[in-house]
Ligand binder design. Structure first.
Ligand SMILES: [Zn+2]
Length: 154
């Protein structure tokens, strides 16, 4: 008798973490250097359709034109949507519970995915005004923006 007839196939469910590096290109480099050195958020504007992208892109995703005009956008914006993460996962940048949001910065036409902080997770509302909080020790990466917090009413 073949031994395999008595063996039920087993499937192992695992996860792998793979460290990696890649170039962020000329557009990404300028974007991250401005975050790190000047605490400024830059996008770029399509010369044909006028869309302002944040983060900036080399080629317009709407009309495929090359983009070359840099536009400084605000560090404040509007929360377009959000989700609250309530489960622990080693791949997440924060311990649960925490929230992700998509923020349309003032002067931008697209949304930037980032973390929400200094906020009651049960009080987050679509349309709320938020502002970027920068890390003190910045490294030239997206988490140089620590998170976006609700804008205090003046
Ligand atoms: Zn375009």
């Amino acid at each position: 008798m073949d031994w395999k007839e008595d063996v039920k196939e087993m499937v192992y469910q695992g996860r792998i973490k793979v460290p990696y590096t890649w170039t962020v290109g000329e557009v990404g480099s300028r974007f991250f250097i401005e975050l790190r050195d000047n605490k400024k958020i830059w996008g770029d504007k399509c010369p044909r359709c006028g869309t302002v992208f944040v983060p900036p892109r080399k080629v317009c995703s709407k009309c495929y034109s090359n983009i070359g005009e840099w536009v400084e956008v605000g560090t404040k914006g509007t929360l377009l949507t959000f989700t609250v993460v309530r489960y622990k996962n080693d791949l997440q940048p924060r311990d649960a519970p925490f929230a992700y949001g998509i923020i349309k910065l003032d002067g931008a036409d697209t949304g930037l995915l980032h973390l929400l902080g200094e906020v009651d997770l049960e009080q987050i509302k679509i349309g709320m005004q938020v502002e970027a909080v920068f890390e003190e020790d910045r490294k030239g990466e997206i988490l140089d923006i620590k998170y976006f917090r609700p804008l205090k009413e003046a």
